[in-house]
Design a protein around this ligand. Sequence first.
Ligand code: ZN
Ligand code: MN
Length: 471
Amino acid sequence: MEDVIIGLEIHVQLNRLRSKMFCGCSTDYHNSEPNSHTCPVCLGLPGSLPVLNKKAVEFGIKVGLALNCTIEEETLFYRKNYYYPDLPKGFQISQYDFPLATRGHIMILGDDGVERDIRINRAHMEEDPGRLVHAGTIDRAKYTMVDYNRCGMPLLEVVTEPDLHSPKEARAFLDKLKSILEYLEVFDGSLEGSMRVDANISLKGGDRTEIKNISGFKGVEKALSYEITRQKNMQRRNIKVVQETRHFDEIRNITVSIRSKVGAHDYRYFPECDLVGLRIASWVPAIKAALPELPDAKRKRFVEQYNLSDDHAKSLTSEIKVANFYEAVAARAPPKLAAVWIADVLKGELNYRDQTVDGFSQEHMAEIVNMLAESKITEDGAVQIIRDLLDGRGSSPDEIVKSKGLGKAKDDVVQKAVREAVAESADAVADYKAGSERALNFIVGVVMKKTRGKASPGEVHKLVKAEVEKM
Ligand code: ZN
Ligand code: MN
């Protein structure tokens, strides 16, 4: 879809900070009463003065570096003037000229299956406005309430170049950004409203629309898909797409026009006179030296150190929690086998149950992988153990193996069952000798019955074939 052009502006809450951007109010407001985390500064009362949270700037620099941006030597805050009920000061403290970080890039997997860099125009700091709670949908609400708890939450706004070409690529970009932010320990994506996306979208040659404030990555994909269809239909009917701001209605799954586009000059940006310019050049080296290993580097290391396929390494490193879990298991069990079972089985079972890896014991996973490596259990048995543990049936792999009799039959027992089954299945043996390969399946079935499923079908098939061939 080269004819679709998408750029994103992502508001990221630096929600692993303890206090807000310009005051001492706690950022831990998510389960609190509305308007209980406020003070004169974040309520914008006259005479109150902002004091910058130094840690927020350090977090911002961390992110800027991880996004391969240039960190400006000196950075400035501006006032972005507009009136809205969730913005009690009548302006938002943001950045304009001299933003914190500029010209970066991160790599995503494109729709064509090739990885490529998506350019980042800038990343700047600003404060979050409050939150409006509409009674019903935004365009039909009877009334709206306002909660100022979110006012002054530290935000980083990441702006991409228009390098994305489909809803799926937009999703891939957001997934990668989230992954990096969680690696940096500046962000917790599980909190409501922690990442909000504005998407600019146009068809080649047409004007662009901006969809504001989409929450949730699925929401972004849906909103973009709807907007592409809408613009294509207009193009087909020769109606001009007008440049405007639209809202994504999650309930009706459509975008609706909310206002015509506002230009930067309408915001009357001017330097925030209550905050001085910040010289940050000297902060950068120490922050850079302390950056953790990031997803792409970890993925490369997993391939080299544990001899994993690139797909497994990618799957295991997309979330820092899963990467740490894998390394803990790989220290106690064969790493390659552990990768297969965590990436291909455990992750799927967790996803299906909407659970995270936090709820699964590393020791248990290592135990399961070791039992597989030593042929003490079958693959079916291992899947069963994982499911039982996730669903709260049984307390340990060992206990489940014993109570459910999942232990793999000893080889001599299998061999004995194979000899018996072949002896009892004269017709099937004759069919096989007459050229029917499938006749062996019957004998395999008899062996499985005799060993009550504790042998692996693949191995039994080999043994049966060898036994029949001897005759
Ligand atoms: Zn406050
Ligand atoms: Mn913004």
